[in-house]
Design a protein around this ligand. Structure first.
Ligand SMILES: [Zn+2]
Length: 66
């Protein structure tokens, strides 16, 4: 599942830090993410955040590049 930034269309999203004001969204299973390219903060569904976590973990396991 590919998740795109709503502003720049980048696939480079990472989970954002939770803020107190986010808990209203969490009830609806919306999780904050940050675009690495344009720094925009937005919300994705729980299914999308799982895909982003998996991609972030895969990226870490490929580091450092040979
Ligand atoms: Zn972006």
């Amino acid at each position: 599942m590919d998740v795109y930034c709503g502003r720049c269309g980048s696939l480079s999203l990472r989970p954002s830090h939770l803020r107190v004001g986010d808990f209203g969204r969490l009830i609806f299973f919306h999780y904050p993410v940050r675009c690495i390219e344009c720094k925009r903060r937005s919300f994705v569904t729980i299914l999308e955040i799982v895909a982003i976590w998996r991609e972030a973990r895969a990226r870490r396991s490929r580091w450092p590049p040979l």
